[in-house]
Design a protein around this ligand. Sequence first.
Ligand SMILES: Nc1ncnc2c1ncn2[C@@H]1O[C@H](COP(=O)(O)OP(=O)(O)OP(=O)(O)O)[C@@H](O)[C@H]1O
Length: 505
Amino acid sequence: MTEVFRAEGLGKTYPGVRANDDISFAVGAGEIHALLGENGAGKSTLVKMIYGLVRPDDGRMSLLGAPHAPSDPRGARAAGVAMVFQHFSLFDALTVAENIALGMENPPARAELSRRISELSQSYGLPLNPTRRVATLSAGERQRVEILRCLLQNPRLLIMDEPTSVLTPQEAEILFATLRQLAGAGTAVLYISHKLEEIRSHCDQATILRHGKVVRTVAPRAHSARELAAMMVGAEMRIVDRSGRRPGDKVLEVKALSTGSTAEGVSLKQIGLRLHKGEILGIGGVAGNGQEELLAALSGEIGSPRGTVLLGQADLSEAGPETRRRAGLLAAPEDRLGHAAVPEFSLTENTLLTAGARQGIVKRGLIDNGAARRFAEEIIAKFDVRTPGPGTAAGALSGGNLQKFVIGREVLGRPEVLVVNQPTWGVDAGAAAAIRQALLDLAAQGAGVIVISQDLDELLELSDRFCALNEGRLSAPRPTEGLTIDEIGLMLGGAHGMEVGHVPA
Ligand SMILES: Nc1ncnc2c1ncn2[C@@H]1O[C@H](COP(=O)(O)OP(=O)(O)OP(=O)(O)O)[C@@H](O)[C@H]1O
């Protein structure tokens, strides 16, 4: 097999962290090669070096036999490397074609570009209208924009950073078909994912990283998911404990909640739900069907008419986020960088975003810096956030570690009700289990928890009742116990009860 990429003895040190240490591996043409490792193992650092975003301190890389030492992403792209990031870098106000043109060195005329986008999207089975505004696209569709942007470059090595974490199972299948087609044409694919079964089914090779070093490169099909996890973690995984929960009185009621059509995304239509103390309600659905709007309407970022959001006896419908937090209604949105946390702020400063009042960090408008730092330290210790300390900027944390911080900040805020959207997006198997356990423990202590997620396994593992969100409508809830994946498929297709008998293609 022709070799496309090789790394020899690559190393990178950040202040206090050896992020990559003596990394050597190779990827051949037509190969889908996984990079596997816990949060903070060094996967992103490695691919950023290949893409010219980070300069290695030691070692060498080669691409198609020639030395590869890009000084910036433009250099990497010119050499034939393309990358789809975990966090999308698209402008909401622009169309698909405009966004793609922005990322190109010499974009063709708009009509020609739109034609090429349509052509490529058809030949790779990635439906996308070039004139749609990005604000109206789901996460899965946004990813398609990024992928098409890469395909237009005709890359020899395509890097994908956790591509399926935002996709439904059906969308993920489409993505894999696309990757297979690309690999068939000789492209090498470097694929970061935490989903072990997915790697076993779809990847030819897997290089496993632990604490910045290569553990080994294996054929993932030849190993069980448990074996791969053990190589990653260096130990056996723990199993989630669901015991100790007893649903109590009603704690949250949402009645006929609709949001206006002024919002960029989907409007919520007559949402009704009841949540009890000690209960976890799972809400599934394809991204872009009102998940973000539902979280915003519950957290108070979007207000709603009187009588629609009730916490216990208190009508919080018209209250903003701060009043709702004081009352005990907390939320952790999906987008951790930018929405849940400010990347340039330290972790200490990031506690202030949501925990100021409940933790006594802000009193009569004055910030108690010591209290903020102690709270950040408590989150770091209890949620095993791997970072040099609370003074570190949120943006310097690996994705999974920042997610642990964000969830920890809200869980330790002693909520009456916690609403989370995609709580384990981009989080490794060990850390995901820890976050899920924290949500279960929170419910066991009597809080009501709403988990919005696209990960059906996660919802089945956590929730007592399950409902589906589709085009802004919420289906009637069903007890999770005994619910099959097929029945869920029907709910996701219709979400107006169970009468709509079509499973999304
Ligand atoms: N810009 C930076 N400044 C300081 N430290 C950094 C920076 N980027 C990464 N690190 C540290 O380097 C280590 C490796 O991080 P990296 O993001 O490569 O891990 P990862 O395997 O991609 O994790 P995840 O799966 O959570 O995305 C971590 O300890 C991280 O905190």
